[in-house]
Design a protein around this ligand. Structure first.
Ligand SMILES: NC(=O)c1ccc[n+]([C@@H]2O[C@H](COP(=O)([O-])OP(=O)(O)OC[C@H]3O[C@@H](n4cnc5c(N)ncnc54)[C@H](OP(=O)(O)O)[C@@H]3O)[C@@H](O)[C@H]2O)c1
Length: 274
């Protein structure tokens, strides 16, 4: 298939590479052109869907996707896979921009390494998803089909990301507490390792926190954005969930201290300044 990928960041670049390696004809565009040029694929001067069967957006948030798609004309017969995490309201706005083209609401789960290995999980809903089998195949280990409703995939993504940010914030605060009480935080990780209340992700992120090694897999700024999107969705559904806003605000403190481009494990900076 002829595919255009808009956004060659942590996720978009390996997705585009895997699509090209599978034999698709892939062109890429990125706001910071140098990042796209590193990839050895044809680089577009400006965002366009001209000549494409499938357009993929993998950008930071809903505003970025909206501003980039503002100048892109889509036609009947084309499919737009919107894979960035943008929340429910922006997904509804973006679907309207698709016009005659078919829209697929398709946020992904998995971070830098699964993206590089072509082992993402795609949550897919909306009318365009049925035509994306050959596009999902090289990038995903698993596709969860959520039916025709645009927004259904985004809703599940928010549920999952609430779990992820809650887990990471919980690990960060447990380690901060251990350090603040002058205990070795490794004792905490060793006890939860393999235990029913533990999780491999908690140990992965906890080790990064103890070592203060925050090379980004999932940037903290995006995690805070996702906590905010969860908060909006919960309020709109009439729910009283205190955690999403509390986590968003805690992460915002670490971002304000200059850690937004680090991994989300860097949320520990909000509790520990060194
Ligand atoms: N990393 C993960 O673990 C992960 C996992 C699942 C889902 N996601 C979601 O996937 C999306 C992309 O994440 P990522 O990790 O690939 O992020 P990233 O590495 O920060 O890449 C973000 C991309 O968006 C572009 N961008 C940002 N603002 C823009 C604007 N105003 N106009 C045009 N382009 C803009 C960036 O361009 P520049 O290069 O010019 O800055 C870059 O191409 C996000 O919605 C994120 O929440 C991430």
């Amino acid at each position: 298939m002829r595919i255009v990928v808009l956004g060659t960041g942590i996720m978009g670049a390996p997705m585009a590479r895997n699509l090209a390696a599978a034999g698709h004809d892939v062109r890429v565009w990125n706001r910071t052109r140098a990042k796209a040029e590193e990839m050895g694929l044809e680089v577009l001067e400006a965002p366009t869907a001209e000549g494409a069967d499938v357009l993929i957006t993998m950008l930071s948030d809903g505003d970025a996707v909206e501003s980039v798609m503002d100048g892109v004309a889509l036609e009947a017969g084309q499919v737009w896979w919107q894979s960035s995490t943008v929340g429910i309201a922006a997904t509804e706005r973006l679907a309207r921009l698709a016009g005659e083209a078919q829209f697929a609401d398709g946020p992904v789960l998995g971070t830098r390494q699964p993206a590089e290995q072509g082992k993402l999980t795609v949550l897919a809903s909306g009318p365009g998803r049925d035509r994306l089998g050959p596009v999902f195949e090289p990038v995903a280990a698993k596709v969860v089909d959520l039916g025709d409703e645009i927004g259904a995939a985004t809703k599940l993504k928010l549920v999952l990301n609430l779990w992820i940010v809650t887990l990471v914030e919980g690990v960060a605060e447990s380690i901060a507490l251990a350090e603040g009480l002058e205990l070795d935080p490794q004792l905490f990780l060793d006890i939860i390792d393999g235990a029913p209340m533990g999780s491999p992700y908690a140990n992965l992120k906890g080790t990064a926190m103890i070592e203060r090694d925050f090379q980004p897999s999932f940037p903290l700024a995006h995690a805070a954005k996702d906590a905010g999107l969860v908060d909006e969705a919960a309020r709109a559904a009439g729910l009283d969930l205190p955690l999403p806003a509390a986590i968003r605000d805690q992460m915002a403190k670490a971002i304000a201290a200059g850690h937004g481009e680090e991994d989300l494990a860097g949320t520990i900076w909000a509790a520990r300044s060194s």
